[in-house]
Design a protein around this ligand. Structure first.
Ligand SMILES: [Zn+2]
Length: 292
C-alpha cells in the first residue's frame, strides 16, 4: 500500500515471530493458501467489481482505489490468496481434517463491500468463507464474529437481512468507517464502544449482547474477523483491550463452538498495527484456538 502504510508485510512477520518464540508454532499444521476461484469470489462480490479490479491492477507503481487503499502489481493476487486461505480453512474444518484454523492473511477484508474496496480491504475474506460453507457444504447457520476496532461494514453490507448468517461485533464509535452504530437488522448485533473503553466494556458486550444471540442462532460454524487493533497499544484507535481480552473472547467462542458447531472455528486476520501488540495478541488467540 506504500512504504508509509500501517497495513504492511511486517505484520505477518510479527505474528510468525511470536508464534515461534512462544513455542506454539510446534503445535500448528501449516498450509499454503491457494487463490480463491472466481466462482468463490462471486458469491460475495459482483462480477462487475471483480472485472473492474482486474482492469485497475497496475503493471507497475500503485493504483489508488481510495486514499487508504491501493493496488500494486501483486495486490490482487495477494487478495485472491487471502480469500482462498479462508476457503481452504473452511474446507479443512468442514471436512473434519481439523476443528479450528487461523488465516494469517493480508490484505484484510471486512471493509470490502459487494462492489467496493475500501479501508485497506479488497475482497471480503470472511464473507467468501461463510458463503463457501453455505453453498458448497449446505450449512444453514453460520456466525461471523468481528472484534476488530473498526466496524465490519463490508460484511454487514453483504449479509444484512440474510438470516443464514448472524454477525456479532464490537467496534469503536465514532471511528472509521462511521457506520454500524444505528443498525436495526435482526441478524446484526453491533455493540459500539466509546473511545477509552477497555476490558470491562468489551466483556460486558460479549456476555450480554453476543452470547444470547449466538446461543439463539446455534451456528454450525463460527468465522472470526480477528482484528487486533482494539489493543491499548494500537496507534489507529483508542480502545484499551489487552491480549488477555483476546484470549478470553477466543476461549468463550471455543465454548460456543463446542456446544453448537462441533468445535468448528475459522479465524481470519483483519487489523492490528502495533507490531508487538499484534504478535502477542494473535499468539494468545491461536493458543486458545488450539485448546480443546
Ligand atoms: Zn481495523
Amino acid at each position: 500500500m506504500g512504504s508509509y502504510h500501517p497495513e504492511c508485510p511486517d505484520r505477518l512477520d510479527a505474528i510468525n515471530d511470536r508464534l515461534i518464540s512462544s513455542g506454539i508454532e510446534g503445535h500448528l499444521v501449516r498450509h499454503t493458501a491457494p487463490p480463491a476461484e472466481r466462482e468463490q469470489l462471486e458469491r460475495a462480490h459482483s462480477a462487475d467489481y471483480i472485472d473492474a479490479l482486474e482492469a485497475a491492477s497496475p503493471e507497475e507503481g500503485l493504483h489508488y482505489i481510495d486514499p487508504d487503499t491501493a493496488l500494486n502489481p501483486h495486490s490482487l493476487d495477494a487478495a485472491r490468496h487471502g480469500a482462498g486461505a479462508v476457503v481452504l480453512a473452511t474446507d479443512l474444518v468442514l471436512r473434519g481434517d481439523c476443528s479450528r484454523a487461523f488465516c494469517a492473511v493480508r490484505p484484510p477484508g471486512h471493509h470490502a463491500e459487494r462492489g467496493r474496496a475500501m479501508g485497506f480491504c479488497i475482497f471480503n475474506n470472511v464473507a467468501v468463507g461463510a458463503l463457501h460453507a453455505i453453498e458448497a457444504y449446505g450449512l444453514e447457520r453460520v456466525a461471523i464474529v468481528d472484534f476488530d476496532v473498526h466496524h465490519g461494514n463490508g460484511t454487514e453490507h453483504i449479509f444484512t437481512g440474510d438470516d443464514r448468517v448472524l454477525m456479532v461485533g464490537t467496534f469503536q464509535h465514532p471511528l472509521y468507517p462511521y457506520s454500524g452504530f444505528d443498525t436495526k437488522e435482526r441478524n446484526m448485533v453491533n455493540v459500539p464502544l466509546s473511545a477509552g473503553s477497555g476490558s470491562d466494556a468489551f466483556r460486558a458486550a460479549v456476555t450480554n449482547k453476543w452470547l444470547p444471540a449466538l446461543e439463539a442462532h446455534a451456528p454450525e460454524l463460527i468465522i472470526i474477523s480477528a482484528g487486533f487493533d482494539a489493543h491499548r497499544e494500537d496507534p489507529l484507535a483508542s480502545l484499551r483491550f489487552t491480549e488477555a481480552d483476546y484470549a478470553w473472547v477466543t476461549r468463550t467462542l471455543v465454548e460456543v463452538a463446542n456446544r453448537h458447531a462441533k468445535g468448528r472455528i475459522v479465524s481470519s486476520l483483519e487489523g492490528g498495527y502495533n507490531l508487538s501488540a499484534l504478535g502477542r495478541s494473535a499468539t494468545e488467540h491461536v493458543r486458545e484456538l488450539l485448546a480443546s
